[in-house]
Design a protein around this ligand. Structure first.
Ligand code: COA
Length: 129
């Protein structure tokens, strides 16, 4: 899913440009990618400047995860391209509902057609970390 050597670059991207994924090791990231159905990356030369991934059953439900753009490259349309790239993939294209969780980027996702849901609660069981 990622070119050889790219795991360390993904780790750096998360370390510097996300708050929720800043401490993930390369081994954990490898497992994360194995457990994902699709990932999209954005590169500037050999620099990994953007990432997003999704899990999906291909028909009813999918979730977008870990959409991150390097701070120096934000505001240039990369985030939009990453999300649209994920949504166009065969495993997401015909899914009935696509979910995501965001702390501070709801405006970004609203521009991409996502709605804030008031009728449902997000529930979580923290098992480690
Ligand atoms: C959120 C993020 C992925 C957006 O990526 P980006 O490349 O800066 O976004 P884009 O340039 O593609 O923006 C697309 C549109 O969304 C808007 N937008 C971007 N971030 C926004 C935000 N936080 N709130 C409201 N609108 C936003 C842009 O103005 C742009 O609008 P336009 O098409 O009218 O010009 C990026 O800012 C990021 O990585 N942030 C840090 C990590 C993070 O919080 N990720 C979200 C995890 S849920």
């Amino acid at each position: 899913m990622l070119r050889p050597g790219a795991l360390a670059k993904l780790r750096r991207l998360f370390q510097h440009h996300s708050f929720w994924a800043a401490n993930r090791s390369c081994a954990e990231l490898r497992q994360m990618l194995r457990g994902s159905d699709v990932a999209v990356t954005a590169w500037h030369g050999s620099q990994l400047v953007g990432f997003g991934r999704a899990t999906s059953d291909g028909i009813f439900r999918a979730v977008l995860w870990d959409v991150v753009v390097d701070g120096a490259y934000q505001g240039r349309g990369l985030g939009r391209q990453i999300v649209e790239g994920l949504l166009e993939r065969p495993c997401l294209r015909r899914v009935e509902r696509i979910y995501l969780m965001t702390t501070n980027s709801s405006g970004f996702y609203q521009q991409l057609g996502f709605d804030q849901i008031e009728s449902q609660l997000l529930m979580m069981k923290q098992t480690s970390g």
